[in-house]
Unconditional design. Structure first.
Length: 125
């Protein structure tokens, strides 16, 4: 693919060089009544091209920059959403689970954290 791009650039440069060689004539541009600019035709065409191309190129670059920032923001929010969904959750049966202790009373199973399933601190600490 790079060879095709290189060949295309060579063809464009050769075409521009031929156009410049065959059209190297002076052109008078009247800006005001008393102000006349004398320039060569290829220079005039290049300036006109750049005056049209410049704003469109800047618009394109700012759009690409804005979209890349938006895509980055959306990807970051997606990563955080996936991370929050993949976070370990308490066992579904744990909130109702009880186990007998040494005295025979049934107390909530805490899972070794010191906090019972309702979020209260365990009295056994």
């Amino acid at each position: 693919m790079k060879i095709i791009r290189s060949v295309l650039w060579v063809v464009i440069i050769v075409a521009l060089a031929l156009f410049t060689a065959f059209n190297w004539t002076s052109v008078d541009i009247r800006i005001w009544e008393s102000l006349v600019l004398e320039t060569k035709l290829p220079v005039l065409i290049l300036v006109a091209f750049l005056l049209g191309f410049g704003p469109m190129w800047l618009t394109h670059r700012t759009t690409v920059w804005r979209l890349k920032r938006r895509i980055g923001s959306l990807e970051a929010s997606q990563r955080s959403l996936i991370a929050s969904q993949n976070a370990p959750t308490p066992n579904a049966s744990a909130p109702n689970a009880t186990a007998p202790n040494a005295t025979g009373r049934h107390e909530p199973v805490t899972g070794g954290t010191g906090i019972d399933t309702l979020g209260r601190e365990d009295d056994r600490l």
